[in-house]
Design a binder for this molecule. Structure first.
Ligand code: ADP
Ligand code: MG
Length: 359
């Protein structure tokens, strides 16, 4: 089956120099009226953010571009635990162990992610910030080798978890010094949701916001629905394409986004909060959800859940449409998603495992 070329590939792509040089604005005036399509892109939150607006005049499109870029800039400062900003301040105060009032902007992220953590059976758990740091996945350059097993074991004895946060209204108190919050599996989806909310607020009803594979689309691309591609894990190609409904999000997490090889083994950035080691058993998970933030958390949780638990976790997180690619390249789909995907390979045969150019 030959899939048509999708607008967007869901999956983080390293921004090429060309993309960075193009800078903030690429305007594709797609023919004359009635469907002007504006596209722009910028680099934020460690990834390439691409925004496509349909049926919008030039002036409001330019304004939206400025607003969305500003929003992502603030998000990357405030919600990254390793940059000076709101989350870093929060983590310092949490470590102090005294109750304190949480910033109004940060509060919904913490409360939303706590709830999703609970529903994920604790497999999505932003309380693992110290673990992320120990593995070195908070930086772009990899550590190159796993941390000492004793260091992991010492942290795991204290089992950092979101449930260690004691809430009283908008006040919080840390009860476990091993807890540091890392919103890396949630904040990008949340920023995408904020961008969509902004667009709706200025009456832009047809848009696609894609933050490195974390995307949400509303309305249509002019005459037809938005069409996206789901990236094939560990390779640059498209695995399947999908047409989106009026308001849908598509989120993918995988073991190929950030990883290093050591002694012939892959160590990737999605950590299992139960073991302290990179999750085993799945190379990627894709979910379709209403909001991007909840989908972001769910995609991460499904990678941790792996082939034995993913269906139960998806169900409890309210996700009906999901795909898991297990460690052997086999494709598992929920019944609700199966008929919507147009695969570029035979899904029954899975991903050919001999094709692992960058393992
Ligand atoms: P990406 O950011 O590449 O789209 P994810 O959404 O899966 O991928 O987020 C991965 C990031 O989330 C990691 O780099 C780390 O900061 C954090 N993280 C890793 N494992 C977990 C987990 N089990 N629960 C919550 N956050 C996690
Ligand atoms: Mg995620």
């Amino acid at each position: 089956m030959q899939a048509r070329r999708p607008e967007r590939i869901a999956g983080r792509q390293a921004p090429s120099a060309a993309v960075l040089l193009l800078g903030a604005l690429v305007l594709t005036a797609c023919g004359a009226r009635p469907t002007p399509v504006h596209e722009f892109q910028f680099f934020a939150m460690g990834t390439l953010v691409e925004v496509t607006l349909a049926n919008v005049e030039n002036a409001p499109a330019q304004e939206a571009r400025r607003a969305i870029e500003g929003l992502f800039r603030r998000a990357e400062g405030d919600w990254d635990a390793w940059r000076p900003g709101a989350l870093a301040r929060f983590n310092r105060r949490l470590a102090g162990g005294r109750p304190f009032a949480v910033d109004a902007d940060l509060l919904p992220l913490l409360q939303g992610s706590s709830e999703l953590s609970r529903r994920s059976h604790g497999l999505f758990d932003p309380a693992i910030g110290r673990l992320t740091e120990l593995w070195g996945f908070h930086r772009d350059e990899s550590r190159g080798r796993p941390p000492e097993p004793e260091a992991i074991a010492a942290l795991m004895r204290r089992r950092p978890a979101m449930s260690d946060l004691r809430w009283n209204g908008r006040e919080v108190q840390g009860t476990n010094p091993a807890v540091q919050i890392d919103l890396g599996a949630y904040a990008k989806g949340y920023a995408v949701d904020l961008a969509i909310a902004h667009l709706r607020g200025v009456r832009i009803a047809n848009a696609l916001v894609n933050a490195g594979g974390d995307l949400r689309a509303i309305g249509r691309r002019g005459e037809r629905p938005w069409r996206i591609g789901i990236r094939r894990p560990r390779s640059a190609g498209v695995l399947a394409t999908l047409e989106l409904g009026e308001d849908e999000s598509v989120l993918t997490s995988g073991d190929y986004e950030r990883f290093f090889m050591y002694d012939g083994k892959r160590y990737h950035h999605i950590l299992d909060p139960r073991t302290g080691y990179p999750a085993q058993g799945a190379m990627a998970a894709t979910v379709i959800s209403r909001g991007a933030a909840e989908g972001d958390a769910a995609a991460t949780a499904l990678v941790v859940a792996g082939p034995s638990e993913w269906q139960a976790v998806a169900h409890d997180m309210g996700i009906a449409q999901a795909m898991l690619i297990d460690g052997l390249g086999r494709i598992h789909l929920t019944e609700a998603l199966r008929p919507r995907l147009r695969f570029t390979i035979d899904p029954e045969r899975g991903i050919p495992m001999d094709m692992d150019p960058k393992p």
